[in-house]
Design a protein around this ligand. Structure first.
Ligand code: OOG
Ligand code: NI
Length: 466
């Protein structure tokens, strides 16, 4: 009887996430503390909230859940990263332009590689926020620096031919035999390990004066994990516990405020970037230790995905909070203002969030006996009658403003940007061309999932839902 012991892509992905976590935990021990505290927070939350606590993901999923962040230097490197991640069932979703999202100098455009099907996400949701240096953007780099970056980045090899070929094989066949799986995992994990090679001092700090992110990408001979982020069910609790341990956190939790209504999108915070020792090669030829501050520890709490309409409302509320805060007496916190603005503008329960079309839900048939037996009914009627129950779709993506907020709180220096120059135009289509595959629109994925559940309900109830 032929037995297949081949590994499926989700198994490779789960193992890849574990290996990167142990690699990163060795490199940045404070990460292990963050994971321990996250686990305590989640266990306590489940204890207090029972079944309701798992509304936005099973405890198994949330406990294992991580996102990584990596940064690469060129179109060639980004296209190679896409091949590596495809071997783990992770595909590019969403376009983020961080160049304009922040007052600090962050010369990158980004996407996130992640599983795209609900069942794949449920098995293991590992995702990696991936940024590419816009080395040709004149606001940040003059012609000479651009050429130097091109030469430096063009000369390095992040991913070996063997890794890329194995990765292509896994993505083509959707599985891999054990020996090849092990080899793929060894090579892929090693590709994101911090290099021990000395860093060219003058080159690194020339770039750092322009942007710490540019130095982290173009000033070192390989790529590495910048951060690895666990997910918690109560980020306010996490924040307080980290501070109680004496760990310096950034000033604020980024994203939506803590309030009594449903959690939406993404809330994130981080501990401040740590000084890490590196060996530097100086212009006199000597190699001496020094320190860098580019890696930080981040944590996140995920909420319900907003529709484009909901996102417009969210963006409007963020702007309103900014304005009100600017006009408030000194000492007023963003959190207080934001919670009030949210109470005034958003429904405080999932059902109304669904019925006003602000957020994405799947619809479960709960009480078919109450449905009309023929003809049609509206979604609202069916939900109000208790026939259908909306179940939240979790936001699986990122928020550029939060990313920018975290960058900004962690950079000691804003770097330099010449806004008199024209930026290189990038959008989802151009970055898709660079990548060699189409970057998916997150909203298409969420709405397809929502629509599929409505179609399912129609089939079960034998009616048309309008
Ligand atoms: C990526 C920043 C974005 C997030 O969680 O929003 C990010 C980076 O630091 O390279 O990871
Ligand atoms: Ni992150």
């Amino acid at each position: 009887m032929p037995t297949t012991t081949k590994l499926q892509l989700w198994e490779l992905r789960a193992e890849f996430a574990l290996r990167l976590a142990s690699l990163y935990g060795n490199e940045v021990p404070a990460y292990n503390t963050l994971v321990d505290v996250s686990q305590e927070v989640n266990e306590d939350f489940i204890r207090k909230n029972g079944e309701n606590a798992e509304r936005l993901g099973s405890i198994q999923r949330v406990t294992a859940e991580r996102h990584g962040a990596i940064r690469v230097g060129s179109a060639r490197e980004l296209a190679q990263v896409a091949r590596v991640f495809a071997a783990f069932g992770m595909y590019p979703v969403g376009f983020y332009d961080l160049r304009d999202a922040s007052k600090s100098s962050v010369p990158v455009v980004s996407t996130a590689f992640r599983p795209i099907d609900a069942d794949e996400l449920a098995k293991n949701p590992f995702r990696v926020f991936t940024s590419m240096l816009a080395h040709d953007d004149r606001r940040f780099f003059d012609e000479e620096t651009e050429k130097q970056l091109e030469t430096f980045i063009g000369a390095r090899i992040l991913f070996s031919q063997e890794l890329l070929e194995l990765a292509d094989k896994a993505s083509a066949e959707k599985e891999l035999v054990p020996e090849e799986s092990t080899r793929l995992l060894d090579l892929a994990t090693a590709a994101f390990e911090l290099s021990q090679e000395p860093v060219d001092h003058d080159w690194y700090f020339k770039l750092e004066r322009i942007s710490a992110v540019a130095a982290d990408i173009g000033g070192v001979p390989s790529t590495h994990i910048n951060h690895l982020t666990p997910r918690v069910l109560d980020i306010d609790d996490l924040y307080a516990r980290m501070e109680a341990r004496g760990i310096a956190m950034i000033d604020e939790i980024q994203g939506p405020p803590n309030w009594e209504g449903p959690d939406v999108l993404l809330r994130q915070t981080s501990f401040r970037a740590l000084a890490e020792e590196r060996n530097f090669r100086h212009s006199d030829g000597g190699v001496r230790p020094g320190s860098l501050r580019v890696r930080f520890g981040e944590v996140e709490q995920r909420g319900i995905a907003l529709t484009p309409h909901g996102r417009d409302v969210y963006d409007r509320l963020v702007a309103e909070v900014d304005n009100l805060l600017a006009a408030s007496p000194a000492g007023t916190t963003r959190v207080e203002v934001a919670a009030q603005v949210w109470r005034r503008n958003l429904p405080d329960n999932e059902r109304d969030l669904a019925l006003t079309g602000l957020a994405y839900f799947t619809y479960r048939v709960a009480d078919p006996a109450k449905a009309p037996t023929t003809g049609s009914a509206s979604l609202r009627q069916l939900v109000e009658a208790g026939v259908l129950v909306p179940e939240p779709i979790v936001y699986e993506d990122f928020l550029p403003r939060s990313a920018a907020g975290i960058f900004q709180s962690n950079l000691t220096d804003d770097g330099s940007r010449d806004d008199g120059q024209l930026g290189t135009p990038y959008d989802i289509d151009r970055l898709s061309e660079v990548l060699g595959s189409r970057i998916l629109d997150p909203n298409e994925l969420y709405s397809a999932q929502q629509n599929a559940s409505v179609k399912d309900a129609e089939r079960q109830l034998c009616i048309t839902i309008t």
